[in-house]
Design a protein around this ligand. Structure first.
Ligand code: PMV
Length: 324
């Protein structure tokens, strides 16, 4: 029969990464232009009685399936069987076609897991509700990342920016595709260096175990920045929003989550007229994000960041939903 299909997309955290693991709110936007598609093709199970699920990666960023990703996906298949109450054996070739660069803080592992769950559900005729999909993606993220807040598991399936807090999210009245012209433009830039979210989360866990006060101050300050930024976003105060992003970057940098190339890209974005800039996602490499303000600025900001060493930039326009 036809293969089961699942899709998901990248995400970029606007404010609050890492603090979100300790209960702070965070703002995140989907990046619908960076997608992953998974095809799950069932085949007749061989005679030895076991399940057979093989994983392979194709696509714009060919890469071997790393043991970490495979562990997460294998666990996901086990959990899928339980949750979807599959009673027969499961044999399928799962092909992951990802346009999301891995290890860049863009949520590639959660997006792959989400697309894989949806493809399995489709292939085995077991549709799942949103809560079940979230639980399965989150289970696989916990294996891949250690501690995971759940922000990636939700944002990789969202159509609007989200305010995430304590495992649940509220959609913000912000659109990603229209109306035009956009109110603001985010520029996301890849430093070209991989970062390990798992390592970054562990680094902070050790640091916080040694000094509880550093943890409390960080979580409180990031929470305040995120709440203030949310008010700015809702009121269309982009200058304020950008300033809060930059302040959030400084807090992350001071804890050792940034890198020299990312710091240089942040400075370049600000020098080119960006309203704010910061590392995004797990850090220790990966991506940064800048707010360009009016759309006319986006190109200059992107060029500035590229001149500082970015290997790739993406321009993401956002607009407030207008009440008619
Ligand atoms: O690096 P990414 O895309 O997986 O972003 C992770 C965000 C963190 O706050 C660092 C971890 C988490 O689970 O929330």
């Amino acid at each position: 029969g036809r293969p089961g299909v699942g899709r998901a997309h990248a995400k970029a955290i606007l404010l609050g990464e890492h603090a979100v693991v300790y209960g702070a709110p965070a703002l995140v936007m989907p990046m619908p232009e960076l997608t992953v598609t998974v095809h799950a093709t069932r085949f007749a199970c061989p005679g030895d009685g076991a399940d057979k699920i093989s994983f392979a990666i194709a696509g714009q960023h060919p890469a071997p399936v790393t043991p970490l990703v495979t562990d997460g996906l294998r666990y996901l298949v086990e959990k899928f069987r339980e949750r979807a109450a599959v009673t027969g054996r499961m044999c399928a070739d799962v092909l992951i076609d990802s346009g999301i660069p891995q290890g860049r803080g863009l949520g590639s592992s959660a997006a792959c897991a989400r697309a894989a769950v949806l493809a399995l559900a489709d292939a085995f005729g077991r549709p799942l509700d949103a809560g079940a999909v979230y639980d399965l993606v989150q289970a696989s993220e916990t294996v891949a990342h250690g501690r995971a807040s759940g922000i990636d598991a939700l944002a990789t399936g969202a159509t609007a920016p989200l305010l995430f807090r304590g495992g649940s999210a509220r959609e913000l009245p912000i659109t990603m595709s229209g109306p035009r012209p956009a109110d603001g433009v985010f520029v996301v830039a890849d430093s070209g260096a991989g970062g390990s979210t798992k390592e970054a989360v562990e680094l902070l866990r050790h640091r916080f175990e040694q000094d509880e006060q550093i943890k409390e101050a960080f979580v409180r300050r990031v929470s305040d920045l995120t709440v203030a930024a949310l008010r700015d976003l809702e009121a269309g105060r982009l200058t304020g929003f950008g300033a809060h992003m930059t302040e959030n970057h400084r807090l992350l940098r001071d804890l050792g989550i940034s890198t020299a190339p990312i710091d240089a890209m942040v400075e370049a974005a600000l020098a080119a007229g960006g309203l704010g800039a910061k590392i995004t996602g797990g850090g220790l490499g990966g991506c940064m994000i800048a707010l360009a303000g009016d759309p006319g600025r986006a190109e200059a900001v992107a060029h500035g960041i590229e001149a500082a060493g970015a290997v790739r930039t993406w321009v993401v326009p956002v607009g407030r939903v207008r009440q008619s």
